[in-house]
Design a protein around this ligand. Structure first.
Ligand code: GDP
Ligand code: MG
Length: 162
């Protein structure tokens, strides 16, 4: 089984940068995976002998319906539903935000296997990740999507069960 990995997080945390690093061809292979919706941003990749599919969930702009701020678009929710694993990205330079908190709550409620990924961590000390324990999503993993640091180690962990 090829795992489907959804990249989730508020705007500007580096989802698309990570997507580009993890994928070699975009929107490929989707036809080979019955059940995947075609109107999202898919890519495929492989580390060692382990192939995977990645979804860049894009828009997490809050939308206001009947006074309720919904943090996730329907698209993002669907991406989570059809994924096996979620990589929840936060910004290690900006620090923890209320929007991160609300997305984290959604993810905890979803019950989906979630890895908490602290991006933009190049040059930051380990203490930069300390505040993210508060999200109650377990150990934060520091990476730099832009520079590639920590990405292989993270993916080895994510792909291990598959
Ligand atoms: P998205 O909105 O979550 O898809 O975020 P993008 O991938 O578009 O990245 C938003 C901004 O953060 C861009 O200017 C990226 O160059 C920058 N960025 C992404 N990853 C890193 C990183 O690892 N380190 C730093 N310093 N900047 C990054
Ligand atoms: Mg993006």
């Amino acid at each position: 089984m090829v795992p489907v990995i959804a990249l989730v997080g508020r705007p500007n945390v580096g989802k698309s940068t990570l997507f580009n690093r993890l994928t070699r061809s975009r929107d490929a292979l989707v036809a080979d995976f019955p059940g995947l919706t075609r109107d999202r941003h898919y890519g495929d990749g492989r580390i060692g002998d382990k192939p995977y599919l990645v979804i860049d969930t894009g828009g997490f702009e809050p939308i206001r319906t009947e006074g309720i701020v919904k943090e996730m678009t329907g698209q993002a929710q669907l991406a989570i539903t059809e994924s096996d694993v979620v990589l929840f990205l936060v910004d290690g330079r900006a620090g923890l935000t209320p929007q991160d908190q609300r997305i984290a709550q959604n993810l905890r409620e979803s019950g989906k296997k979630t890895y908490l990924v602290v991006n933009k961590a190049e040059g930051l000390t380990e203490t930069a990740k300390a505040e993210f324990y508060e999200l109650a999503l377990g150990e934060p993993y520091t990476i730099s999507a832009a520079h590639g640091e920590g990405v292989k180690a993270l993916m080895d962990l994510v792909l291990e069960p598959f």
